[in-house]
Design a protein around this ligand. Sequence first.
Ligand SMILES: NC(=O)c1ccc[n+]([C@@H]2O[C@H](COP(=O)([O-])OP(=O)(O)OC[C@H]3O[C@@H](n4cnc5c(N)ncnc54)[C@H](OP(=O)(O)O)[C@@H]3O)[C@@H](O)[C@H]2O)c1
Length: 246
Amino acid sequence: MCQTASLKGKVAIITGASSGIGTAIARRLASDGCAVVVSARRAERLNALASELTAAGGQALAVPADVSDAQQMQALADQTVAEFGRIDIMVNNAGFGFIKPFMESTLAEINSQIDVNFKGVCFGSMAVLPTMDKQQSGTIINIGSIASIRHWSHLAVYAAAKHAVLGFSRSLYEEVRTKGIRVSVICPAAVNTEFLDVAGLTNPPWPAADMIQSEDVAELVMTCINMPKNVSLDTMVLWPTCQSSQ
Ligand SMILES: NC(=O)c1ccc[n+]([C@@H]2O[C@H](COP(=O)([O-])OP(=O)(O)OC[C@H]3O[C@@H](n4cnc5c(N)ncnc54)[C@H](OP(=O)(O)O)[C@@H]3O)[C@@H](O)[C@H]2O)c1
């Protein structure tokens, strides 16, 4: 356990915690004393992560849920409050994309990318906001993408969904900032995770070690949380130096 334990007494939900960035965020927050509720669809991975964090002296609960189902997201928030009594941090991180020409996309691929990447963020936020409103405090951190601010061929639907995440987050912030609730968006470029395999990019043009690492994103999540409570970070863009930002 980290000696400073700056997040002792805080409670976080992390979606997409069964892999990559979500797992790293859960580990980082737990190492600072935060109670973490780890969520995704693959229960075995979540249980293994929760056991690892608990064995290291942390507090962790695994709650399987599909972010594209509003009722499951509400149940996730309800279970968190029942177990830990509050929700301080919501990291809407679950997401995926398919890299393929739009004209070859199926209806199912279009719908699922919107449902998970965009509606998942809405449903996650909707589920935790009443609790944060009651507390008059909370931090929502949404994992967008470089595709939230750029356009890319063969990623049209994913980019649209991630643009929506940014528009939603900034607009929501204006609604909730006077309630002590902050909303931030982190927009990474290439991160070394399973995302690229799922997307169909089997041979990324960069060495894995040169890409952004999940732990780098987790560090930025910590920065958002640890800002003075009257300061909200808006949109943060991360590039690995191996990838051109032009
Ligand atoms: N890696 C990159 O280059 C990159 C760049 C920019 C942005 N991002 C964003 O970063 C976030 C995390 O991705 P990652 O890179 O860590 O990829 P990853 O390792 O593939 O992790 C994706 C996570 O999302 C979860 N997930 C997918 N569909 C879900 C659903 N319907 N309900 C609940 N959870 C679901 C997966 O868990 P289950 O399969 O167990 O449900 C998994 O835990 C995503 O939003 C992604 O768009 C990634």
